[in-house]
Design a protein around this ligand. Sequence first.
Ligand SMILES: [Zn+2]
Length: 369
Amino acid sequence: MRRTVRTLADGREIIYYDEEPSGQPRSTEDTRDLPPVRPGTEIRRDPLTGEWVVLAAHRQTRTYRPPANACPLCPSRPGSATEIPESDYDVVVFENRFPSFAQGVPAVGSTVEGSPLVPSAGGIGRCEVVCFTSDHNRSFGELSPRRVRTVLDVWADRTEALAEVPGVRQVYPFENRGTEIGVTLDHPHGQIYGYPFTTPKTERMLAVARDHRRDTGRAVFGDLLAAERAHGQRVLVSSAHWTAFVPPAARWPVHVLLAPHRQVPDLPALTQAERDDFAEVYLALLGMLDGLYGRPLPYVAGWNQAPVQSEQELSWLHLEVLSVLRAKDKLKYLAGSESGMAVWINDTTPEQMAQRLRAAGDRRTVRDR
Ligand SMILES: [Zn+2]
């Protein structure tokens, strides 16, 4: 893989990841007349829950569902300059023009004015966009195994790069797919957040893992994974190095964890062999998801990784995939219990959902033959 770092007209970084090292050099200039990015985000910690909240009011002006011929993630064409100056690309990463976290954000006081109990800081971090393919009409599940491997290598490379960015404490690569999830651009893409704090969810998981380690000497995720693989009822697909299963206390109507069999803290720690057969398992899983209701399933797929340079021994890398769709045309709303109390009420059982997903995969495999 060849990596070329360039700069966009407003100073943001763009990185081309090309599968053929001998391909055309990436030297096209960004000719757009862009105003400089002036991110103004702030983080504040809720003094009652201890959780950080991000204020990013400037993002209200971001691009909202442009027509396909004005897609900012397609390659540039004569007379139509996009975020990617080149006329083609394999995988490309660039800094988000409307970031939730960035460098150079204005300084704010260490506590919120008039509320000394509430710590605050500038939203110092980094947010990137990852385009998985130059083909506007493809989805992740339709990528070739080779391209999925390239994307995995890009996520690992960006995890290492963002860990070096001042202020970044946790790196979260994720994909939102479908209008029901709130996606504002149809082009197949994901994002990477370099958070300036360890996320509340990761903090909770680390606390549980710490207790389990103290009580048993083992990794809680490893014990869960071993039990699921031995029992098998909730397992969807597995390979030499990976298993995907519906978690036994699933919160979402569609909820899947995909994890390596070996404990690794983050994507850069994966071996070549582990990277090689990820595509097989993930593409099979995405086939099940789209087969479930016979329509492209809206989903969120996000990598849970160890915080930057800490808690490595308590963390177990995994991809969490979830969908808000509880039937073909029915959305799961975050209602009183979920929104108000963070208590999830799931309309189906993980065992039933695992069975339905495996059947959806079988139907699809038969059709593909
Ligand atoms: Zn596009």
